[in-house]
Design a protein around this ligand. Structure first.
Ligand code: G1P
Length: 290
């Protein structure tokens, strides 16, 4: 039902300098895949194959990644290296990519508003690629879980997780009325609350489903925390006039915007994604041979 997924990807990734001096932070590899590819995979699994990316200066490698590289294809054609391109070829064949450039960095709300031209007037998802979400084999991806909820409630939804109190100042934090043990109707939302003032320990992570009326609301939203136009403030407005849900997702999330989180994600994905994939491949080859 939701077809489009927006990826704000214009930020500089200053926490990873000098690595991100001339390389987009979204292209940092987690094992053998760039960070953004994990998010795109999650979107496609949720049935969202219209990938809308808000880029900026210096982000051309992102566009190249989601396109054919004829020279490389030619070079490795017929060799066993070809299988390394299977996943990205599948993505390129099954999704449509559109791009728009954000000229000025005025906050996440502004980045999302920049994507309006690509999204149009329909509900859409937002993925912040820095937040890498993994689920086990029995679970759906986080966006797919949220898309299911959208079918039922038809309103904006933010993904939340409990964080230690001393970390609430890094996030948008919500409070609300509990509808089920994993679902809240938001009545308050604060972007990066000062220590000791957070309305709860439920922090927003980088997965959203937004109804398109959010664009008009963002346009009316004054700069907030850090002088930036915050999606959290626009969502608070939407919660006051309509309904916004907060969903405690099933799965694990890594903050790849920080060096520690990025290393944790790398170790986890090496053990639980990469090695598992290799074992499966080997098993398939062996049964194939028998
Ligand atoms: C953004 C949002 C914040 C949210 C966070 C999740 O902040 O503004 O509300 O909790 O993403 O990762 P950023 O981390 O971009 O500063």
């Amino acid at each position: 039902m939701i077809k489009k997924c927006l990826f704000p990807a214009a930020g500089y990734g200053t926490r990873f300098l000098p690595a991100t001096k001339s390389m987009p932070k979204e292209m940092m590899p987690v094992v053998n895949k760039p960070l953004i590819e994990y998010g795109v995979d999650e979107a496609i699994q949720a049935g969202m194959n219209r990938i809308c990316i808000v880029t900026g200066r210096g982000k051309n490698p992102l566009m190249d990644h989601f396109d054919k590289n004829y020279e490389l294809e030619h070079q490795i054609s017929g060799t066993n290296k070809e299988e390394l391109l299977v996943d990205i070829r599948d993505i390129i064949d099954s999704a449509y990519f559109t791009y728009i450039r954000q000229r000025e960095m005025k906050g996440l709300g502004h980045a999302i508003l920049t994507g309006r031209e690509l999204v149009g007037n329909e509900p859409f998802a937002v993925v912040l690629a820095d937040d890498l979400c993994v689920t086990n084999e029995e679970q759906q991806g986080v966006l797919a879980q949220m898309a299911e909820l959208y079918k039922q409630f038809r309103c904006s939804i933010v993904a939340v997780e409990e964080v230690p109190e001393e970390e609430t100042h890094k996030y948008g934090v919500i409070s609300g009325q509990m509808l089920r043990d994993d679902l809240f109707r938001v009545d308050n939302m604060v972007e990066k609350p000062d220590p000791g003032t957070a309305p709860s320990n439920l922090a927003i992570i980088g997965r959203y489903i937004l109804t398109p009326d959010i664009f008009d609301i963002i346009e009316q939203t004054e700069p907030g925390k850090g002088g930036e136009i915050q999606i959290t403030d626009a969502l608070m407005q939407q919660a006051q006039t309509g309904c916004v849900l907060a969903y405690k997702f099933k799965g694990k999330r890594f903050d790849c915007g920080s060096v520690e989180g990025y290393i944790d994600a790398t170790n986890y994905c090496f053990e639980h994604v990469y090695k598992k994939g290799k074992h499966k491949e080997l098993a398939q080859q062996q049964t194939g041979k028998k």
